[in-house]
Design a protein around this ligand. Sequence first.
Ligand SMILES: NC(=O)c1ccc[n+]([C@@H]2O[C@H](COP(=O)([O-])OP(=O)(O)OC[C@H]3O[C@@H](n4cnc5c(N)ncnc54)[C@H](OP(=O)(O)O)[C@@H]3O)[C@@H](O)[C@H]2O)c1
Length: 286
Amino acid sequence: MGTIIDGKAIAAGIKEQVKADVAAHKAAGGATPGLTVVLCGDDPASQVYVTNKVKTCAELGMKSELKQLPPSTTQAQLMALVAELNADPTVHGILVQLPLYKHLQDGPVLLAINPDKDVDGFHPINVGRLWTDQDGLFPCTPVGSLELIKGTGVDLKGKHAVVVGRSNIVGKPMAALLLKQHCTVTIAHSRTVDLPAVCKSADILVAAVGKTKMLGASHVKPGAIVIDVGINRDANNKLCGDVDFEAVKDIAGFITPVPGGVGPMTIALLMRNTLAAAKRQARKSK
Ligand SMILES: NC(=O)c1ccc[n+]([C@@H]2O[C@H](COP(=O)([O-])OP(=O)(O)OC[C@H]3O[C@@H](n4cnc5c(N)ncnc54)[C@H](OP(=O)(O)O)[C@@H]3O)[C@@H](O)[C@H]2O)c1
């Protein structure tokens, strides 16, 4: 059986490191890093996510605030709040939880966030920084997935990485990050011809599709690193990924479970981004 990658343990290690770095930053006279999470939508999962984000900040010695807006919020009111948070020097990170209420557009809101406070890493300035190898804030889930891949200890240079999914928040940034590690990267998507053959050529396979157990034994090369980003529910309403874990675990060299793989990494990397944003703003204000 392949090694099961323990995302929970690796995420806990990253959070411990962030906690120590926050303490050192404050001891050196730095401002307490502050994250403001804006909840302006009614997706039931969002409430759980934002509560966890705010709680974890406090656990690591950072300041956090939840701005919960009612369904009557207009686009102009939401934009005004973002402008206010951009101007507030005690707010180092701004996260607008998606999805928004149906009558609101997320594009203009994400574009309005100061890129140096964009802890989600979704602003086109940060996307550009990622693809041009500059320092910036990069999306938490793919960065967390890369940490899991690096944690295997496998030398990534020259390895063939296949990323299934080309979303702006997971697939594309994941590909950029793997390219930066000198992998040869293929991005597969819904129009890819012969997906099993493409996936089976991967030394590193990242699944970011959102389809229950879509990748099985015929998609995995023996010994491959398999990272499952998907969060789905099976017929019994049980959480599961895009990879059929039972079918693949004896073929893969390393594999992430769902839950307990990529999921816990996302919040840990959000914490790291919030501290990085605070440090970046401190440097720029000097
Ligand atoms: N663990 C975490 O913290 C975390 C964070 C974010 C997302 N997620 C999960 O990750 C999954 C992906 O999220 P996302 O936001 O990237 O989803 P998304 O925006 O819906 O993108 C899904 C991608 O999968 C591709 N796809 C769909 N059907 C396919 C098929 N049959 N064969 C090959 N590719 C196919 C789509 O291709 P086209 O572009 O051609 O349509 C698209 O690029 C979801 O389950 C989501 O819940 C987890």
